[in-house]
Design a protein around this ligand. Sequence first.
Ligand code: AKG
Ligand code: FE2
Length: 170
Amino acid sequence: MAKLVELNHDDYFVDQLGEKAETNVRCSYYPQCPRPELVFGLKPHCDGTVLTILMVDDNVGGLQVLRDGVWWDVPIIPRTLLVIIGDQTEIMSNGFFKSPVHRVVTNAKKERLSVALDYSVDHEREIEPSPQLINEKRPALYRKVKVKDYIAGLYEHFSQGTMVIDTLQI
Ligand SMILES: O=C(O)CCC(=O)C(=O)O
Ligand SMILES: [Fe+2]
């Protein structure tokens, strides 16, 4: 990833993780829902992580991603892991990598399972756009933030349906 944005340090993002980087697993069970038009499995959000690695159900779709105001179904590709870029990578890459807004819709006939493995920078560290990705043409898009504060904001914003990354925009 560092190579893609032409950072001269290949391990830049890995090195930002710090000694106490966190890994969390989230197993989600979405029961069948008689009124899918009324109930989300998981409401729209961005992952507040560096990366999320997602193992989605091979038989039931439901994950959707927002692009240009349109919700797109993420196709099921059996035995495939999906990588979702998280907010922490969007911030550190100064917006070169985007953390997509996504959601899960429910299914009237079938239940669904997913397992998400997410990686976060050490909560005691601060993150900010890499100085190498800031210049006159592209100034810093996000303010520096302590990861612990960012994560705390995530839950608050999720409950209100807003995006915490928007509060850091310069
Ligand atoms: O269940 C899914 O496919 C997505 C789960 C998800 O977005 C999450 O756990 O953050
Ligand atoms: Fe997510």
